[in-house]
Design a protein around this ligand. Structure first.
Ligand SMILES: *Cc1c(COP(=O)(O)O)cnc(C)c1O
Length: 217
């Protein structure tokens, strides 16, 4: 299956970068995919998935979690503050912490629920006007603010500009993480995950290369 090919390429990229086998986590991004494609991957034994929309994930994953043990779910899409509560209930990790109001909301919900998903701060490495994420120049202060709220930070996440070489963006993310003592790097998608692994990714988010093209119609 396609996921076996991706795992093989991931292992090869780890080897090529002199990194231990298994040091990178593959998040299979199942947003808007036909259920049969996702179930085929679950049937095969894979358990780590990513979704972009709280409501869509709420409609699919509680049932799959009843049928398949050990599912680990990652939120990788923009998160509205009013969805912080269901997001914390559903997801094991949130990769899109990108603004103070969301940090405050998450901190409150984590305190009251006792659940603490791993959190990644999304950095807008290309400083693109239309893209979510904390600007690189504001990253250190934002990370410090999150820590002051006792948020469980696991690392940083980025989505490089579409038309640029992603490598400098991956390096920038790694630099910001290193100087802030964060080990997690969520970076790399279908088109560039091997480059991301060469530049230190710990989590790659791969959708279409596993499940096929998404159809939004
Ligand atoms: C959809 C999505 C992915 C997966 O993209 P592919 O190109 O299909 O691998 C990864 N990360 C984020 C944030 C996404 O929204």
């Amino acid at each position: 299956m396609a996921i076996d090919d991706i795992i093989a390429r991931m292992r090869a990229a780890e080897r090529a970068a002199d990194r231990p086998a298994g040091s990178v986590k593959l998040i299979a991004v199942s947003k808007v995919q036909p259920p049969a494609r996702v179930e085929a991957v679950l049937d095969q034994g894979y358990r780590i998935f990513g979704e972009n929309y709280v409501q869509e994930a709420q409609g699919k994953w509680p049932l799959w979690r009843d049928r398949f043990d050990g599912v680990e779910l990652h939120m990788i899409g923009p998160l509205q503050s009013n969805k912080a509560k269901p997001a914390i209930e559903l997801f094991d990790a949130i990769h899109t912490l990108d603004r103070p109001s969301l940090a405050q909301k998450l901190a409150r919900q984590i305190q009251s629920s006792g659940k603490a998903p791993q959190l990644f701060v999304q950095i807008n490495t290309g400083s693109e006007a239309q893209k979510a994420g904390v600007l690189p120049a504001e990253a250190d202060a934002f990370i410090a603010d999150c820590r002051a709220m006792d948020l469980p930070l696991a690392g940083l996440m980025c989505i490089p500009p579409e038309s640029e070489d992603p490598a400098p963006h991956f390096d920038l993310l790694r630099q910001i993480a290193q100087r802030n003592g964060l080990s997690g790097l969520s970076m790399g998608m279908s088109a560039d995950f091997e480059t991301a692994i060469a530049h230190g990714a710990t989590h790659i988010r791969v959708g279409s290369a596993i499940f096929g093209q998404r159809s939004y119609t």
